[in-house]
Design a protein around this ligand. Structure first.
Ligand SMILES: Nc1ncnc2c1ncn2[C@@H]1O[C@H](COP(=O)(O)OP(=O)(O)OP(=O)(O)O)[C@@H](O)[C@H]1O
Ligand SMILES: [Mg+2]
Length: 319
């Protein structure tokens, strides 16, 4: 069966601790108000969001032969993601993020483990599972994958897949290798901070989001920048820009909103909709995902997303 989307990314639990979370070392024991073990990993959250929207999606990732790995696999498989290409590593443990949240600010402690996965063993275009689209996420948490990415994306292009990438933040802040990757992409999906930092890494120093997006789009891909409660904007290599105003809500938790946004955008494009419609789907998918703790719990089904768009249109009409 031909898949709609192949997601190449990361799958790990996020252990979200809430309350009095600032550690006091020296034999102290602090009692917390909450502990939630949630599906984490940008790739896994995007794949989960696509499955919720009824898109046929498989995740290419790695977990360890341990309880965390088994739990994560069972949960995303239960949501409809094809996990047959998730590798189970015998010699690495499943990566883990511990998220300390005091209600206002958060700090994340990450053990990479299997997040820094072995790259897929693709050597010819025929090795790539038949799919319409390849979405790549979190490359700067996956240095071994990043090193192989130009070659792997070249194979995917030769196999006829369209390609999107959401790098997320580069912890080193340099976005190394970006100039080589951009021409291989159809679509780049940074958030606002990432777009400015990426443009700066390519020599385009600006604090204007549209200028930064245009600077990136000049290297080839359509660039869609996520801008939190302000919505999103799209820039093309021909110099055109489309701005999509958001509808600010009071979020419960914005973790994974960007990956849910990506899922909404791809679902619309794969359904044959034009870019402006894809922006509206993406924004609604991102907004709805902020209604619950973690990235996946409040991701919309296609029916919920279409209802949200109808509601948004009605409110705009009344305004
Ligand atoms: N407070 C909010 N109100 C309405 N929509 C929001 C809000 N926060 C986020 N969104 C929606 O989610 C999208 C993605 O948010 P954001 O810009 O935080 O992405 P991100 O930083 O990539 O997130 P991630 O944590 O997944 O990497 C926004 O473009 C918007 O559509
Ligand atoms: Mg993001």
């Amino acid at each position: 069966m031909t898949l709609d989307v192949l997601v190449l990314g990361d799958l790990n639990p996020d252990l979200v601790l809430t309350g009095d979370v600032v550690p006091r070392f020296g034999q102290a024991e602090q009692l917390l108000t909450g502990a939630d073990l949630l599906i984490g990993g940008s790739g896994a959250i995007a794949a989960h969001g696509l499955a919720r929207l009824g898109v046929a999606v498989a995740l290419v990732a790695e977990v360890g032969e341990d309880g965390f790995g088994r739990d994560m696999l069972a949960r995303i498989a239960g949501a409809g993601v094809d996990v047959s290409r998730v590798r189970r590593s015998a010699d690495r443990t499943t990566g883990l993020s511990v998220v300390l949240s005091d209600g206002a600010a958060r700090s994340t402690l990450t053990y990479l483990g299997t997040i820094d996965a072995d790259p897929p063993a693709w050597t010819r275009p025929d090795d790539i599972p038949p799919a319409r689209w390849l979405h790549v996420s979190s490359v700067y948490l996956q240095p071994r994958l990043a090193a192989e990415l130009p070659r792997l994306l070249g194979l995917a292009r030769a196999a006829g897949l369209r390609i999107s990438m959401d790098t997320n933040l580069d912890p080193a802040g340099r976005f190394a290798g970006l100039a080589e990757l951009l021409p291989l992409l159809d679509l780049l999906l940074p958030n606002a901070g990432e777009a400015l930092a990426m443009a700066a890494s390519l020599g385009a120093l600006t604090d204007d989001l549209a200028q930064a997006a245009l600077g990136l789009a000049a290297h080839g891909p359509v660039v869609v920048v996520k801008n939190g409660a302000d919505g999103a904007l799209l820039a093309r290599a021909d110099g055109s820009v489309v701005v999509h105003g958001g509808r600010a809500i009071e979020p419960v938790d914005t973790t994974g909103a960007g990956d849910s946004f990506d899922a909404g955008y791809l679902a619309a494009v794969l359904a044959g909709h034009p870019e402006v419609t894809a922006l509206a789907w993406a924004d609604a998918a991102g907004r709805l995902a902020t209604r619950a703790l973690g990235g996946t719990a409040a991701q919309p089904t296609r029916e919920e997303l279409l209802a949200e768009l109808t509601d948004h249109a009605a409110r705009s009409g009344r305004a």
